[in-house]
Design a protein around this ligand. Structure first.
Ligand code: HEC
Length: 314
């Protein structure tokens, strides 16, 4: 048999290397189910989170970066990207799976089971979880709406917030009494004289009034507490859109939470109440809408200019 020539053996070697690297890259890193099922023995509290943060800075930040996206100072010299700890791929893994990966490591990431205690590793898991919560963004509304519009939107928000409190408390009677307040606030929106404003504004406003009316209809049609809660979740999305576009004249910022089921929830204060039926720890504040002052120009073309602020991660 003719021996393979130099060229083909180089090709062969190259091909083998390529295959090896592909199979290496593609080999998924999965925690054994038994390990993944392990629950964190430590409570989710500030002390554990802060300890976790300190340990993360000392042992993980060099590769994973301060925000967890994988851009630490040492990351560029690694043969493999450390991955994005904020991503769904990693955040969807169970606490036990993350704990196991941190404990056992996989080159070039070292194992931490001998350097850190189990409690310390669980504290790191808790901190890694907090990296998955997006930073809070304070939004600047798209339109510099006139005072009358912002005040009316502020009043609508107050009516919504009162209703939301009754729904969280599960007080069906109180919620029945509060729906008319939302109705009269929506009627006031409809009655605002906005026809002298730039056409672009009035067109956007027309849409806003319509969507408020249809979400009100859903609230009114809801016949049980459960149905009203679910209608309120949809309503929250509408309200969030209104403030995002037109601003409001309330004193405090409006807090927008994302619930575990992906829906939005708006409320006046920043303490996650328990947006049912999930515990509040599964909802995360995603942005705030600060009270806006009308701009001098009167109107700014669409395209919000968000001012990014890192919120305190909890
Ligand atoms: C030397 C750099 C380095 C250090 C330090 C390091 N990691 Fe990693 N980490 C990596 C790399 C590279 C990977 C990807 C490993 C793989 O997919 O084979 C990784 C993977 C991970 C994963 C799993 C990602 C997945 O795909 O499931 C987690 C979780 C993780 N690291 C957390 C940590 C934590 C927490 C620390 C600190 C205790 C830490 N790492 C320290 C480099 C590092």
């Amino acid at each position: 048999m003719k021996p393979p020539n130099r060229r083909s053996s180089v090709l062969l070697a190259f091909g083998t290397l390529l295959l090896m690297s592909i199979s290496h890259q593609e080999s998924e890193w999965t925690a054994p189910p038994r390990e993944a099922r392990k629950k964190s023995p430590i409570p989710a509290n500030k002390a554990n989170l802060e300890n976790g943060k300190g340990l993360y800075s000392a042992h993980c930040l060099s590769c994973h970066g301060s925000t967890g996206v994988g851009n630490g100072p040492a990351a560029k010299d690694l043969e493999k990207h450390p991955g994005d700890l904020t991503s769904k791929q990693i955040q969807s893994q169970k606490d036990g799976a993350l704990f196991w990966k941190i404990s056992t490591g996989r080159a070039p990431m070292t194992a931490f089971k001998d350097t850190l205690s189990a409690t310390e590793r669980w504290q790191i898991v808790q901190y890694v979880r907090s990296l998955g919560i997006p930073p809070i963004v304070t939004l600047v509304p798209e339109f510099a709406s006139p005072d009358s519009v912002r005040t009316a939107l502020g009043a609508l928000f107050d009516a919504y917030d009162a209703l939301s409190a009754s729904l969280v408390e599960g007080d069906e009677k109180a919620s029945n009494k509060l729906v008319p307040g939302v109705k009269s606030a929506v009627e006031k929106l409809r009655a605002l004289p906005v026809d002298k404003l730039p056409k672009e504004f009035t067109l956007a406003w027309e849409g806003a009034v319509k969507s408020s009316e249809s979400s009100l209809e859903a609230l009114e049609a809801a016949e049980s507490l459960k149905a009203r809660r679910s209608a309120f979740e949809a309503t929250s999305r509408n309200v969030e859109g209104l403030w995002r576009r037109f601003g409001h004249a309330n004193k405090a910022p409006l807090h927008v939470f994302k619930l575990a089921n992906g829906k939005l929830w708006v409320q006046a204060d920043g303490k996650p109440r328990s947006p049912y039926p999930k515990p509040s720890s599964e909802s995360a504040e995603i942005h705030r809408i600060a009270p806006a002052q009308p701009r001098k120009s009167g109107h700014k073309p669409p395209g919000p200019t968000p001012e990014i602020k890192r919120g305190d991660r909890q």
